[in-house]
Ligand binder design. Structure first.
Ligand code: SF4
Length: 221
């Protein structure tokens, strides 16, 4: 399949998924209880719900299998919530894929009703929905975010692929609130080259922190 065909097939699947926004079921690629590997909550236990469906298209994406939702992946929010509760977790991280493809209202209502704290990791390209207690906003160059995520972000995580991305990161940092935690994270395949640059940059710009994908070093999901 050519790249053009692949993109058009994926867009058709995303359009179909968008039509199901109001529906109860959501496509879940995987869900699992682990320790959070990135950002300010690193090392804390969390139940991850990885929704399938993403139209952002980062060329370095490490979960390309999440881009295309499949019919057999759809689960009712009650089932997703029951599985999260059964894990013993207190926090659920909704990730993707790109979770804002979907209306998350019913899912976040169900998770809150079960007494769980709800986080989300998003590039922010689609409207905000539901009630999220903690938002990790990670804008991507490949599909611009919606403005609301600059106001809502508790955490700004900018993935750095090359040195020129630092100026782009500063453009986003200038738009979030003063309370937003700022992370620069080396893109995993480029970590050996980029990490020393980020260490030097963070020392000179201490409003930032160095973000690391500790779960990959520890070989946990
Ligand atoms: S937004 Fe996330 S899931 Fe989508 S392509 Fe980029 S890295 Fe992959």
């Amino acid at each position: 399949m050519s790249i053009t065909q692949d993109v058009s097939t994926r867009k058709a699947a995303i359009r179909a998924a968008l039509k199901r926004r109001q529906a109860n079921p959501l496509p879940v690629m995987e869900q699992f209880y682990t320790l959070q590997g990135e950002g300010i909550w690193t090392g804390t236990p969390a139940y991850f719900v990885r929704l399938a469906g993403c139209d952002v298209g980062c060329h370095w994406c490490d979960v390309k299998a999440s881009w295309m939702p499949r019919d057999e992946q759809y689960l009712d929010v009650a089932e997703i919530t029951a599985r999260a509760l059964a894990s013993g977790t207190r926090r659920v991280v909704i990730t993707g894929g790109e979770p804002t493809v979907y209306d998350l209202s019913l899912l976040t209502d169900a998770l809150h009703a079960a007494g769980l704290i709800v986080h989300m990791e998003t590039a922010g390209p689609h409207p905000y929905s539901g009630e999220i207690d903690w938002i990790c906003f990670s804008p991507k160059k490949f599909l611009p975010p919606q403005d609301i995520y600059y106001d809502l972000a508790h955490e700004l995580k900018v993935v750095i692929y090359h040195e020129g991305d630092l100026a782009w990161a500063e453009e986003h940092a200038a738009r979030v609130s003063a309370h937003t935690q700022l992370f620069l994270q080396p893109e995993w395949s480029r970590r050996e080259r980029i990490t020393p640059l980020l260490i030097d940059y963070v020392k000179r710009h201490p409003q930032w922190r160095l973000g690391q994908q500790t779960h990959k070093y520890l070989d946990i999901p």
